[in-house]
Design a protein around this ligand. Sequence first.
Ligand code: SF4
Ligand code: SF4
Length: 396
Amino acid sequence: MPPKKITPPLMDETIRSLLEKSANLNRCVLCGKCASVCLSFKHFKSEVFSPRGRMALFQSYSSGNLEPGEKFASSIMNCFACGACESVCPTPARPRLAGLLMRSAPPLSQHLAKLQKSLKAGNFPVGFFKAAGLKLSPAAASFIQPLAPLKHAEGILYFAGCLSDSFMPESIRAAWNLIQQFGYNPQLSSGVVCCGAPYLFAGLLADFCRIALANIKEFEKARPKTILCGCPSCAAVFKSYPDFFEKNSKEGKAALRLASRIAVFPDWLEKALPSKKALLSLENLNVIYDEPCSLKYGVCATKSPSRILKSLPSLHVEKWREDDCTPGLPLFLYGKSNNPIAQIQNAKLAQLKEKAVDVIVAEDSFSRAWWRIELMKRPSIKSRVSSLAELMMSCF
Ligand code: SF4
Ligand code: SF4
């Protein structure tokens, strides 16, 4: 008897269409080239946790040949959205994007219900970080004054991100001062506070798109030449807005315009730095650069932070023994002690106890927040956590 066809339960047409047109689900030829770079597969050693396994599951699910169960949900939840798979895929298939879209499909709703409720009630990420011990600070807009409107299209608009804005404004102040040191007159993105990433990761696609549209509108009003993002994860999310709208629609075109203006702060800094390097007075410091996946792969991949740090002679820049990535946002969403990310982080914490590290440089704001929380719990570890801008400003 032929296997019974299952109608995918209420798979939203938007998700189906994005899976086909943006994530190119059916272009995956299941060659498996992506498996060797997938951290999730490396940890679980099982095909369903590989990008190919995920694409095969999504193809079966969307064509009605699979009834999703626990393993299906776990496979989606344990994708770190790093994008390594997409960087090696020989076809236009996008396993990372497909996984993010599948978070908003019905099989995942029960797994993400608590987080979704919390987000809708406005408790995440602010409530979460408050509960974890980070101190809520006055928003950056309140201490960076005056906030004159952009005068011309040559301006730099600095996007702080909700997490830095609420809890780590010192990183915004440092970036702000640094940009001014280089002779620019930046503006702050006071009208846009969140890129929408927490909503996308929590499976709230409609809310994410609503936030994206509001942000596109705000940025269109300001029309800066460059939107500098302090957090590379936010930059990657802004750059991915075109994936969520029809290419030829008004929204799709505006999303593309916005994406073309996005720049990651360390890339900008690396270009501007040579003219000011002589002014830096550096202490001898042992530094570890914690590189998140969001800076290793994908649309905002950059080696600028590590090149900048290595070019500063008084800094001794170390590497972790295991150079696995430290995903920022997924770390907070999984919350299980046995997940692969927690294991990587615990290994890094163990190494910190052995080394004399003065500063951990973390550019991704979620990674930086995680380090701050963990080091608060471990007063015996004397390392301090800093953004690149904070470290650089302390040298001027
Ligand atoms: S996602 Fe790309 S690399 Fe991975 S199995 Fe599919 S076609 Fe091959
Ligand atoms: S995005 Fe990263 S974790 Fe997810 S399937 Fe691709 S390589 Fe694996």
